[in-house]
Structure formats: structure tokens, C-alpha cells
Design a protein around this ligand. Structure first.
Ligand code: MIC
Ligand code: SF4
Length: 644
């Protein structure tokens, strides 16, 4: 039997376990990436490992999230990251160089390599034929220390793309179609592998848009073959030497094959407040639009922005539309400037933002109250834009441009213009001058630590018995943005006691003080949740901050992958209802008792929970590998010397 692409790459990196669906495997990691909002914790954890240098082929630290810098905190964090990079042999992509995923694709990604990154959109690298996975900062720190990265061996779904996209329909519409098919729930433990005759029509930046938003489906990652298009992209980046051809065997096996005809896809949008709430742009019936934001790691490549520049050429943004433009990288910005497109976009009324995450993470350009905002980014979770009552719609650059012109939701085909043809340059203007390469001898480098930076707190060992209160009961699809908001609060990423004050701020702003009171009374806190708890970001703060407030367990109908790993790493039990109906009987403030928990975790088996308040009990399961059980018993990975 032939092998699929995922098997081929994983096999070459396999350090422990077998490539059997659902078995825990350990893989060697060639490359890592971090960004500043998750990076400080990752490097504090790496420092605690007392190693002189990173052991990966290449590790890159990006500064791209917290670049607004209101107050001293972010600038202090940037200096810390710069000094840590110098000390431990890490490449630094300085503030101003661009969004980690866009820059990594341009300058560092290599087909066939493994990459983990402390950011959930790391799978963007799959566009180059990498196995690129998002993870918590601690897992990235362990990979930098040369340890294996552990994951549950995924099943592989093949997505066969046939045909060719029609004019005015683009890669964003393809991934929105895929989100409509797969939704944001129920895809944990899956990898999407792309194939089919339509692939040859999609360039690497288009593939990157598709791989990027696989994260919204909750898959482990997405991967494309490495072919002529890959070679073209690497050649344009003057990195032809990094090209390796990679494809699945003809008789490879997949758990399922899904066929998508590119020529049948229409312009689509994700309606508020979930990326899988898909509708056609046509069906939006000319809804008035107040803001259009172009950019983010999903749609800010040279091709995306030139397409928009050409659509808008000679026209000005509709008076009621605030038109925001954030290029994905300095390379994109410099090439737009060189080729005259930047001037053209500015003439069309674009408000030029830094080439960074910016509006996407809600730390700038919050729209007006009750606004309709069209964005080319990947997440439209409630409140993420910084305006709680705004409605965020995710769209393609073409649909975004149409709304800039008309001030309404407009199917771009209705503009009745010829679809602009964008020819990618044979080689881009390459300028790596904001990339700092580490010196060979780093031992004398000193680490800078501003007052905002504190070591990550540790949990205590798992007790024999858990006596707890339900501190909050939440519903389905609770995202990490619900658990611990980013935006204006993100500057406290390196200061856990302060950041913890904002846990569940947008869901119930009395949570933090209630949880603290329960903790002070000598009891533990439990969170009760519905389906797909912990969707979205890789931020381990969604585990660390609740842990700091005394949360010992989350009982949910189901969990997302990265968040489960983060909970375990910080000693919080991820418990799943065996009978989902038991969720209905639980209420905030119920007192729960879990007896003999250490024994059950050691030996395996269902976990019986008594609800003392209601006088009932119910069963939960906690599916953990032997390695994870050790971590949970110790109260988190930081309490274990060696987590292997
Ligand atoms: C996001 O898009 O939510 C982020 C901000 O990039 C996060 C990382 C973080 O919370 O710092 C992610 O996707 O992992
Ligand atoms: Fe940055 Fe947004 Fe991409 Fe996250 S999703 S890495 S915040 S651009």
C-alpha cells in the first residue's frame, strides 16, 4: 500500500509510537516559531531548562502581535525577546518585519520539514508541504530543547480540488466552503491533505490562505504537495535550493476523500460570530458596511493586496466606510511600494497600518458601536474586534474591495469589471535587514527583563481528593478569546497575576473575583462547558490564568486539541462527560467532589463525580497517555524534570 504525504513526512520524523490513528506519537521538530504574545512565556520556560542554546535546525522569534505599545509593557517584552534570541541562538524577526506566518512562509519554510509554533495559525506552513502545527508555548520550549513533540496520531482526510476558480472567486472562498462542510467542531485529530487536478491552478499564497484557516476547522494541520507552484514561490524568494518535490503515492490510503469542484464555488462570507456560519455574499442583500479591514495572516500577500489595488484603482472608498490596510510583511509592503500599488491603495483612501496582526487581534481599529465590519482575517468571535456589539464578517479580498467601493455587501461579480489579472514577480525584492541572526558564541549575552515580566506560576500536585465548586457554567464553542481576551488586555501576557483578573471578562466579569474567593475558602474551582471547549488560539494563558485562580478541572462535552494539551501542561484535568445529558443538571456554585482522583488517574478508568449540592453523581472520562498522566499527577509539566 502506498503512503500519503502526511505518513511520508511523519515517518521520517517519528521518535516514538506507531503511526496508528489515535496512538500517541512523538516526532522530531526541525523548526519552531514563536510570536511576542505567546513567546515570552515560552522563553521563560525554555530558560528554566538551563540549556545553552536551542537544538532545532532553526527557531525564529517574531515580534508581530503587540506592536501598538500603549504603556511600557510591550516594549519591555520586545527587548526581553531580543536578548533571549541572542543568548540562545534564535533568529529574531524584529517588530516591523511582519506577521510570523507570512514571514515564515517567505523566508524560512522548507517542504518536508516539521514546524511547531506557539500560534494556532502555524499550519499556514502546510502550503509549502510542511507538517506545521500550532502548540502551547511550553511544548514549543520543549521542542527547542530537542525534545519530541507529542500528538495523537491523526487520521488523514484527502480534499481533492478539481477544476479552476471562476473570476472574482478566490482561495478565501475555498476555505470558507471547507468550513461550511466540516464546521468548527468535531475535527480534532484530523489532518487535511490537499490533492487533485485543481491544485496546479493555486499558487503558494493561495494555498497558504487555505492552510491557514484549517485552524478554524480545528484540524491538527493541513498540507499541500510540493510541486511546480512551490518551486515558483521559492524561486521568487531566491530560495530555490530549499525546494524538494513531495507528493502522495498514487495508491495512498485516506480515512475519507472529499471532492470539491473549484469552478462551482461562489463568493462566501462567515457571518457573526463563528467562522463556520457561512452564507453566500449574494444572500447578504446589500447590508450596509461601516468598516473594511484588509490584512492578517490569512489574506495579506502581495497577490491579495495587488488584486485589491487594481479593483480600487482611480476610485475612492465609500464615505461611510473606514478602509484599513495592514500588509502581511515588510516584504509585501516594500514590493507594493516598489511596484506603485501602495500609492494607488493610499489614493483609494486606505488607512495604512503597520504590517502586523493589528486589527485582527483587536488591539487597534475597533469598529464603531453596532458596526458591520468586513475583514479578510480568520476569526469573527464575539468581542474579538474590541467592540462587543459589532458584527464581523470574514470575506475574500475581492469581496472586501467591492464593499470599499459600494459601502454595501456586494458580490464582486456585480461590479461588472474585468477581473484583474495579477502576475507574481519572478523574484520579489528581498530585504532581510530586520532579521537578526544569532552569533556563534552566545555565552556572554545578557538577558533583559523589564518589570512586566514574571516567571510562569506553577500548579500544586494533584490532591487525593478534589473538593470544588462550579465557578462558571458556559455553553458550546467557548473560544480562548472568551476564556482570556487578547486586544487591550494582551499587554499583560507576561504578568499572570494581572492578566488573570480578566479571565472570562467578556462572558461574566465577576468570574475572577468569585474564583479567587472559592480558592481562598480552601476549595478548588471547576469550569463546566459544552462542545468544543477551547477553540481558537494556542495561548496557554487560557490554561495558566484559570490555574492561577485555582481551577483544577474543566468538565466539557468535548475539547479542542491545543487547549487540551495546554490544560494538561498546567495540571488542569480535562474531563469529558460520558453522558452529555449530565451537563444539564449542573449549575454554577454546585459543590462537586472527586474522590481518589490520584488512583484513578494512575490506573485509568472513568471518574465518578459527586454533586453534593444536588445529591447526584455522574461519570466522566479523562483520556490521557501515560506521559500526560505523569504530568497531571505532578500538577503540570513545569513540576516534572523530564516530561519524556
Ligand atoms: C490569535 O489569532 O488568536 C492569536 C493571537 O494569534 C493566537 C495567539 C495568541 O493568543 O497569542 C493564536 O491564534 O494562537
Ligand atoms: Fe496575528 Fe490574526 Fe494571524 Fe493571529 S490570526 S497570527 S492575531 S494575524
Amino acid at each position: 500500500m502506498g503512503k500519503n504525504l502526511v505518513e511520508k513526512i511523519l515517518e521520517r520524523h517519528l521518535l516514538s509510537g506507531n503511526l496508528v490513528y489515535k496512538e500517541e506519537i512523538g516526532i522530531r521538530i526541525d523548526q519552531t516559531l514563536t510570536q511576542d504574545a505567546t513567546g515570552t512565556m515560552a522563553y521563560l520556560q525554555f530558560e528554566a531548562m538551563n540549556l545553552p542554546k536551542v537544538k532545532t535546525e532553526v527557531s525564529v522569534s517574531y515580534i508581530d502581535h503587540n506592536t501598538i505599545q500603549v504603556g511600557f509593557e510591550n516594549a519591555d517584552d520586545h527587548l526581553y525577546l531580543q536578548s533571549v534570541a541572542k543568548k540562545f541562538g534564535i533568529v529574531l524577526s524584529r517588530a516591523g518585519n511582519g506577521i510570523c506566518h507570512q514571514v515564515h512562509l517567505e523566508r524560512f519554510g522548507v517542504p518536508g520539514k516539521t514546524l511547531i509554533g506557539s500560534d494556532s495559525h502555524t499550519p499556514t506552513g502546510g502550503a509549502l508541504g510542511m507538517i506545521a502545527i500550532g502548540a502551547g508555548g511550553l511544548d514549543v520550549a520543549l521542542a527547542m530543547a530537542g525534545k519530541p513533540f507529542y500528538l495523537t496520531c491523526p487520521k488523514v482526510i484527502k480534499i481533492n480540488l478539481a477544476g479552476k476558480l471562476k473570476p472574482w472567486v478566490s482561495a478565501k472562498d475555498v476555505i470558507l466552503k471547507i468550513l461550511q462542510i466540516f464546521t468548527t467542531k468535531g475535527n480534532v485529530g484530523t489532518i487535511f491533505e490537499y490533492g487533485g487536478s485543481g491544485l496546479k491552478t493555486l499558487s503558494v499564497p493561495e494555498r497558504a490562505t487555505i492552510a491557514n484557516m484549517g485552524a478554524e476547522c480545528g484540524v491538527t494541520t493541513s498540507v499541500f504537495p510540493s510541486d511546480e507552484q512551490t518551486l515558483k514561490f521559492l524561486a521568487a524568494q531566491k530560495r530555490k535550493k530549499d525546494f524538494v518535490k513531495l507528493e502522495a503515492d498514487k495508491d495512498a490510503n485516506y480515512s475519507k476523500i472529499v471532492e470539491i469542484d473549484l469552478s462551482k464555488i461562489e463568493p462566501l462570507t462567515s457571518k457573526p460570530h463563528s467562522p463556520d456560519n457561512i452564507a453566500t455574499v449574494k444572500s447578504m442583500k446589500k447590508l450596509l458596511v461601516n468598516q473594511v479591514c484588509l490584512g492578517s495572516c490569512t489574506n495579506s500577500s502581495y497577490k491579495d493586496l495587488v488584486t485589491v489595488a487594481k479593483i480600487l484603482k482611480g476610485k475612492i472608498a465609500h464615505p461611510q466606510v473606514s478602509f484599513i490596510l495592514a500588509p502581511g510583511s515588510r516584504q509585501v509592503l516594500e514590493n507594493l511600494a516598489k511596484d506603485g500599488y501602495l500609492a494607488s491603495l493610499i489614493s483609494s483612501g486606505a488607512r495604512l497600518m503597520e504590517n502586523a496582526c493589528g486589527f485582527c487581534i483587536g488591539n487597534s481599529q475597533s469598529p464603531q458601536s453596532g458596526a458591520v465590519s468586513l475583514r479578510t482575517s480568520n476569526r469573527n468571535f464575539l468581542g474579538r474586534s474590541g467592540t462587543k456589539d459589532a458584527d464581523i464578517y470574514l470575506v475574500s479580498p475581492e469581496t472586501a474591495a467591492a464593499a470599499v467601493l459600494t459601502g454595501k455587501f456586494t458580490d464582486p461579480r456585480e461590479l461588472k469589471k474585468p477581473y484583474p489579472q495579477v502576475k507574481l514577480p519572478k523574484t520579489f525584492l528581498i530585504d532581510d535587514s530586520l532579521i537578526e541572526w544569532p552569533k556563534r558564541n552566545t555565552s556572554s549575552e545578557k538577558i533583559y527583563r523589564g518589570p512586566n515580566i514574571g516567571a510562569p506560576p506553577k500548579n500544586t500536585e494533584l490532591p487525593e481528593i478534589i473538593v470544588a465548586k462550579i465557578a462558571i457554567k458556559v455553553g458550546d464553542k467557548i473560544t480562548t478569546d472568551h476564556i482570556i481576551p487578547a486586544g487591550a488586555r494582551m499587554k499583560y501576557r507576561s504578568n499572570i497575576p494581572k492578566y488573570a483578573e480578566y479571565v472570562f471578562e467578556n462572558v461574566d466579569d465577576s468570574f475572577a473575583s468569585r474564583a479567587r474567593r472559592i480558592k481562598e475558602s480552601g476549595k478548588q474551582n471547576i469550569i463546566v462547558a459544552g462542545l468544543s471547549y477551547g477553540q481558537g488560539s494556542s495561548r496557554e494563558h487560557a490554561a495558566i490564568c484559570p490555574m492561577y485562580l485555582g481551577v483544577r478541572a474543566v468538565i466539557a462535552k468535548s475539547f479542542e486539541r491545543i487547549h487540551t494539551a495546554n490544560l494538561v501542561n498546567f495540571g488542569i484535568l480535562p474531563l469529558t462527560f460520558i453522558n452529555e445529558k449530565d451537563y444539564d443538571q449542573l449549575e454554577q456554585d454546585d459543590e462537586l467532589i472527586i474522590a481518589s482522583i490520584r488512583d484513578i488517574i494512575s490506573s485509568g478508568g472513568d471518574i465518578l463525580i459527586q454533586n453534593k449540592t444536588k445529591g447526584i453523581s455522574f461519570n466522566t472520562s479523562c483520556v490521557l497517555s501515560a506521559r500526560q498522566r505523569k504530568i497531571i499527577l505532578a500538577g503540570g509539566a513545569l513540576n516534572l524534570r523530564d516530561t519524556n
